[in-house]
Design a protein around this ligand. Structure first.
Ligand SMILES: [Zn+2]
Length: 90
């Protein structure tokens, strides 16, 4: 599945104000490969047996746009993952 980047032209570097941002994303390792890192609204809750509780909560892909001028990494909330997260690793 492709994750698209939206409204790049409206974005400016939070550090220097430049508009020349290079699209990218954060990668995390998962069993069997890698995936795009995600963002979860709210506070982390941990269960007794399974660790971090994710069931029924909305996750969003993290867009990470690098500034070509100063190399600052600008993070944005991207598209929601689909379907919503479960507590089981995929
Ligand atoms: Zn910058």
């Amino acid at each position: 599945m492709a994750v698209s980047f939206s409204r790049m032209s409206e974005r400016k570097c939070a550090a220097c104000g430049a508009t020349d941002l290079e699209p990218g994303f954060l990668v995390e390792s998962v069993p069997g490969g890698a995936t795009v890192s995600t963002w979860l609204r709210g506070y982390a809750e941990f269960g007794v047996w399974r660790g971090l509780k994710l069931r029924g909560r909305e996750l969003y892909y993290i867009e990470a746009h690098g500034c070509r001028a100063c190399r600052y990494l600008n993070l944005y909330i991207g598209a929601p993952t689909s379907p919503p997260a479960s507590d089981q690793p995929t």
